[in-house]
Design a protein around this ligand. Structure first.
Ligand code: ATP
Ligand code: MG
Length: 140
């Protein structure tokens, strides 16, 4: 069965524009519950490690620069079938292709500066939750 938890990050563009409250409200209205949250300014090493899967991609440097450009807000969210439900709620990577009402359609500026991250599998959700939160921070 698909898991109940996923990891999201309100990225520096949206967090810096004071959109965190709106985004959390949208996600709560979609049935997600916040189970862990923190505000932090990622180091280059943390951002590089978090997105290491994209290390060989041409946008990797730009991605690490963007993710370290200001504070961001990692959170663990809970909902049945959480990974798929959150990918659905945030919309396509490029806001121009994102469906109406999704976080990226509403708050993203571009494919690079796209407001929010969401885990893409249950395995990665677990790995990413442990990346940001010690087991003792996780209340579920
Ligand atoms: P995320 O992993 O952040 O939730 P995603 O799964 O929709 O996004 P990925 O393909 O995993 O998309 O890319 C990771 C991130 O890298 C994107 O969210 C975006 O910020 C950046 N990115 C991806 N493709 C490009 C691109 N062509 N140009 C610039 N930045 C890009
Ligand atoms: Mg991704």
């Amino acid at each position: 069965m698909a898991g109940k938890h996923t990891l999201t990050i309100i990225k520096p563009d949206a967090f810096g524009a004071a959109k965190a409250g709106n985004i959390i409200a949208l996600l709560e209205a979609r049935g997600f519950r916040v189970r862990a949250a923190r505000v932090m300014h990622l180091t280059k090493q943390q951002a590089g490690e978090f997105y290491a899967v994209h290390r060989e991609r041409p946008f990797y440097g730009e991605l690490v620069d963007f993710m370290t450009s200001g504070a961001c807000m990692p959170m663990v969210l809970e909902k049945p079938n959480a990974v798929v439900a959150l990918r659905d709620a945030i919309g396509a990577t490029d806001p121009a292709e994102a469906a109406a009402g999704t976080v990226r359609k509403l708050y993203a500026e571009s494919k690079g500066r796209n407001a929010i991250h969401a885990s893409d599998s249950d395995d990665n959700a677990g790995r990413e939750a442990r990346f940001f939160f010690a087991e003792t921070d996780l209340i579920y």
